[in-house]
Design a protein around this ligand. Structure first.
Ligand code: NAD
Ligand code: TYD
Length: 338
């Protein structure tokens, strides 16, 4: 296969490229990424000399640049996106540009170059929120009901991808996955922010009452799910991908991290809630298990331990991110002075 991976310098994309070149060593991968604040080539330092890997800097909204790389591949795995809900609340425009317009440009180009598979990476956030006091999960039949500019822009991109299949016959697949975590996770999201704050001796900011629930998926399990879909997935299908957590509220996630790192509750700081904060996400991934024989390999606690260990061993990686422009974002977001 000749793969075009968009957004391969980000958190999940870089884990996926590493996974793919290890498990499919004869395939070729082009990583096409604009290197926004979230894109970091240090995520791929260990594979940059692999002869089957190539990095091309470019924006998915740029038709000519997209056409140039699209003409050299047969398969697309589309990760590139603006991905952080909090940033979408303070500045939604880049989300519309990249997530909607960028996906459109890729679809047009994929059609033009007769791409044999276009796999679109999406999120469970398109389904809105579930109530806390229920056992319901997002299923294949759940209607879209996005609440943040981020999830609305991802929902729009999903609809476009399906439209290109239904209207023009583009061979697409989509996956809507839950919250990923693991190595190379940008430290503005809950788990890496908590781990790195604790390592720096800073408190962990918990939004609102801390009783919000996410479905946590280890990024390595996400990579095997994408592999299963690329290899055996049915064209035109959408697969829901989730982890092994059973309704663990954010505050409990933080407590587990604190326990593993040998710290106490005094490291928790309740802060102002996020506007429009979705209460609970939970994914029913029985379809991908039944049809493609995929299931997560890591328990939440096992994956959390591995992740904490990775952040402890890769201090330089995240310390560089947490200096500079990131510091300004942190101060605005949490209204704190360091
Ligand atoms: P990320 O923010 O870490 O990485 C995004 C990457 O896309 C970065 O490398 C960035 O430079 C690149 N990019 C952004 N705009 C671009 C543009 N216009 N052109 C080219 N490249 C551009 O994101 P992530 O957490 O790795 O998420 C990857 C995908 O998975 C996204 O589509 C996201 O919506 C989806 N997703 C993420 C999660 C999660 O928990 N992180 C959960 C569900 C779905
Ligand atoms: P986040 O990692 O931003 O992912 P998403 O918004 O895509 O689910 O947030 C995960 C959960 O953690 C969400 O309920 C918001 C909460 N949260 C905090 O409580 N404190 C924080 O500092 C952050 C970044 C998130």
């Amino acid at each position: 296969m000749r793969l075009l991976v968009t957004g391969g310098a980000g958190f999940i994309g870089s884990n996926f490229i590493r996974y793919w070149l290890t498990t499919h060593p004869d395939d070729q991968v082009i990583n096409f990424d604009a290197l926004t604040y979230a894109g970091n080539l240090e995520n791929l330092r260990d594979i940059e000399d692999n002869p089957n890997y190539e990095f091309v800097k470019g924006n998915i909204c740029d038709r000519d640049a997209v056409d140039a790389v699209m003409s050299r591949v047969d398969t697309v795995v589309h990760f590139a996106a603006e991905s952080h809900v909090d940033r979408s609340i303070s500045d939604p425009m880049p989300f519309i540009k990249t997530n909607v317009e960028g996906t459109f440009v890729l679809l047009e180009s994929a059609l033009k170059h007769s791409i044999s598979r276009f796999h679109h990476i999406s999120t469970d956030e398109v389904f809105g929120a579930l109530p806390l006091d229920s056992k319901r999960k997002f299923t294949d039949d759940t209607k879209y009901d996005p609440h943040s500019p981020y999830s609305a822009s991802k929902a729009a991109s999903d609809h476009l991808v399906r439209a290109y299949h239904d209207t023009y016959g583009l061979p697409v697949t989509i996956s809507n996955c839950s919250n990923n975590f693991g190595p190379y996770h940008f430290p503005e999201k809950l788990i890496p922010l908590a781990i790195t704050n604790i390592l720096e001796g800073k408190k962990v900011p918990v939004y609102g009452d801390g009783l919000y629930v996410r479905d946590w998926l280890y990024v390595k399990d996400h990579c095997t799910a994408i592999d299963a879909i690329l290899t055996n997935g049915k064209i035109g299908r959408t697969y829901l991908v989730g982890g092994l957590t059973e309704d663990i509220p954010n505050i409990e996630v933080i407590r587990r991290i604190l326990r593993i790192m040998g710290k106490g509750e005094e490291m928790i700081e309740y802060v102002k809630d996020r506007p429009g904060h979705d209460r609970r996400y939970a994914i029913d991934w029985t379809t991908i298990k039944r049809e493609l024989n995929w299931k997560p390999a890591y328990s939440f606690d096992q994956a959390l331990q591995e992740t904490i260990h990775w952040f402890e061993s890769n201090r330089q990686w995240w310390e560089r991110i947490k200096s500079g422009a990131y510091r300004e974002y942190y101060q605005n977001q949490y209204s704190v002075t360091e």
